[in-house]
Structure formats: structure tokens, C-alpha cells
Design a binder for this molecule. Structure first.
Ligand SMILES: Nc1ncnc2c1ncn2[C@@H]1O[C@H](COP(=O)(O)OP(=O)(O)OP(=O)(O)O)[C@@H](O)[C@H]1O
Length: 292
């Protein structure tokens, strides 16, 4: 897409301003806080995320018990585990939705995530993609990305705001990354399930998060969409750190390759961790995860 086309899209948006919807199609939880460059993110110790002996209980039930793990900058980390292992709760803790009873949760070496709200954590550079896509269905692909770029100033105000050249370049870059460059004018509601998922990932990417948390990203996708998603994630590693929770083991095998680290959660703690072949051969994993 050319800058001229983007400009035309922007002007079309401005004309439509009075008819803009007030709400998204689904229940986005933490909202898109504008992600600023964290600036103070300290990666000197080679960790972008660090959890140490984290505990959470709900009415006496220990959902997370002694969870410790860390993620390196630019790493693509796969998280697997049986239902109820605590995967979603772990993401809730990282994003500030759930407060740990005890333990450490650090972004870089110095940012104590327990001291920040969900909105602040999004602004610090942690983006979260929930399983269900929650794009603005009546708006085009471009408009959805533009809104995410503009942040929480309100739909109408965001669309009236004029994009700078760097922002337009970023939108074009993300459109290409998520392979929707030929669909940019299409209403999001007409996209396939997989394309909606990519659009929502794109809405996170325009904010340039340092760490992306992705909860079952390929659930409901076709095989072809799943393969494209694998290619997308592999292209993102290095520039972003990714934590991918997924039950689809062929997808995990594709994105982890032979070298990537796979973390197996069980009963709220890390049961095993290492290359996929290693964890799949681990008797404890076979016992609890593969259900032998
Ligand atoms: N708010 C809550 N109140 C009570 N129990 C909860 C709450 N949230 C999670 N749990 C329990 O904590 C445990 C861990 O749940 P969690 O959703 O984190 O697991 P999961 O690994 O994401 O599972 P799945 O793969 O099925 O999504 C489960 O037994 C769940 O029922």
C-alpha cells in the first residue's frame, strides 16, 4: 500500500467520523493502552521477564504454586500443559489482572510488575492477545490498525488524528507482516477467523510491544492459516519476545523447532523445560500431560 492510499483511507475515515461505533465487537479486557518505548527496561541480565516462586490461590485453591521462569530478550517461548495447569493465570499475573500472593514478577531487571496496573503494564510494553479475536468488525483492517496505533484517546478522536510519516510506515510494515496488505480496506467483519487473529496481532504490533503474550493463537484456524501464523511468529522473534500458550502440538513443534525452549506447566508450576523432543520424552510430562 502506498502512502497516498493510506492518506485516502484516513480522509475517508474522517468523513465517516459521526457514524463511528463506540464499542468493539468483543470483550477486550485490558484495552489497548498506548505502548510507549519503555526506556528504562533493563535487559543487562539477559532476561526480559522473570518470575520467581510465584504463588496465587483462589479461595484456598492453589492455582499457581512456586512458579519460576524467565524469558530472554527476543526469545519465542512455548508454554504447554494440561487444562487447569495455570497457563492463563500465569498470563493474568504478568499483565496485572491477577495479583500474586507472593513471589517476584519482573519486566527486565528493574520493573516490578506487581506494582503496576494492567494499563500501565500495557504501556510498559507487554501486549496480550486473548484467544477470541476482538477487532472492530465494522471498521476496515486499516482503521483497526490506526485505532490501535493512536491509543486510548477514544475512537472518534483517534481517527481524526493525522498520522505522521513514521506511523504510516509502521502501519504499512505491519500490514505486510500480517499478510493483510491487499485487504486493508476490507471491513474486519468480513475477514476469515485466521485473518481476524492476525489483525488483532497486528493491532498489538503497531504499538511495538517488547513482550507479546499469545493465548491459543491458532485455535480454530485452518492448516494453512496455522502455517502462516507459525511463519509470522518466527519472523517476530528477535525483535519481540513472545510467550505462546498453545495446545496444538504440531504448531508448537513448528515454532519451537529443535532448539526453542518449551516450558511444561502442571499444577501451577514448571514441570519440565527444554527442547520439545526432551520434554516430550520426559516421563513426568508423559504422565501428566499426555495422559498415560
Ligand atoms: N478466578 C478464579 N477463581 C477460582 N479458580 C480459578 C480462577 N482462575 C483460575 N482458577 C483455577 O485455577 C486453575 C488454573 O486455571 P488456568 O485457567 O490458569 O489454567 P490453564 O492452564 O490456562 O487451563 P486451560 O488450558 O484449560 O486454559 C484451574 O483449576 C482453574 O479452575
Amino acid at each position: 500500500m502506498t502512502p497516498e492510499l493510506m492518506e485516502a483511507g484516513h480522509e475517508r475515515l474522517a468523513r465517516r467520523q459521526p457514524q463511528l461505533p463506540e464499542q468493539a465487537s468483543g470483550g477486550r479486557a485490558a484495552g489497548y493502552g498506548r505502548v510507549h518505548q519503555p526506556g528504562s527496561l533493563d535487559l543487562a541480565h539477559g532476561r526480559i521477564l522473570y518470575l520467581e516462586d510465584v504463588h496465587v490461590s483462589f479461595d484456598g485453591f492453589h492455582a499457581i504454586q512456586g512458579l519460576s521462569l524467565d524469558i530472554a530478550p527476543g526469545e519465542l517461548r512455548c508454554i504447554i500443559g494440561p487444562n487447569g495447569a495455570g497457563k492463563t493465570t500465569m498470563m493474568d499475573i504478568i499483565t496485572g489482572k491477577t495479583r500474586p500472593d507472593r513471589g517476584q514478577v519482573f519486566f527486565g531487571s528493574t520493573i516490578d510488575l506487581r506494582r503496576h496496573s494492567e494499563a500501565e503494564i500495557a504501556q510498559l510494553g507487554i501486549g496480550r492477545k486473548f484467544q477470541k479475536p476482538t477487532v472492530f468488525e465494522a471498521l476496515s483492517v486499516f482503521e483497526n490498525l490506526e485505532l490501535a496505533l493512536q491509543g486510548p484517546r477514544g475512537v472518534a478522536a483517534a481517527l481524526w488524528h493525522r498520522l505522521g510519516g513514521a506511523q504510516r510506515d509502521r502501519l504499512a510494515e505491519v500490514l505486510t507482516l500480517i499478510q493483510l496488505q491487499d485487504q486493508w480496506q476490507r471491513p474486519a467483519g468480513l475477514l476469515s477467523h485466521g485473518q481476524k487473529q492476525w489483525l488483532e496481532i497486528g493491532m498489538l504490533l503497531v504499538q511495538d510491544p517488547k513482550l507479546l503474550l499469545l493465548d491459543e493463537p491458532v485455535a480454530g484456524m485452518t492448516d494453512q492459516e496455522t502455517e502462516r501464523t507459525a511463519e509470522l511468529f518466527l519472523s517476530l522473534q528477535g525483535r519481540h519476545s513472545l510467550m505462546v500458550v498453545e495446545h496444538d502440538m504440531s504448531f508448537i513443534a513448528r515454532i519451537a523447532g529443535s532448539q526453542g525452549t518449551v516450558t511444561v506447566l502442571s499444577e501451577g508450576a514448571v514441570l519440565a523445560q527444554g527442547p520439545l523432543a526432551q520434554v516430550q520424552a520426559d516421563e513426568r510430562v508423559i504422565e501428566v500431560y499426555l495422559g498415560r
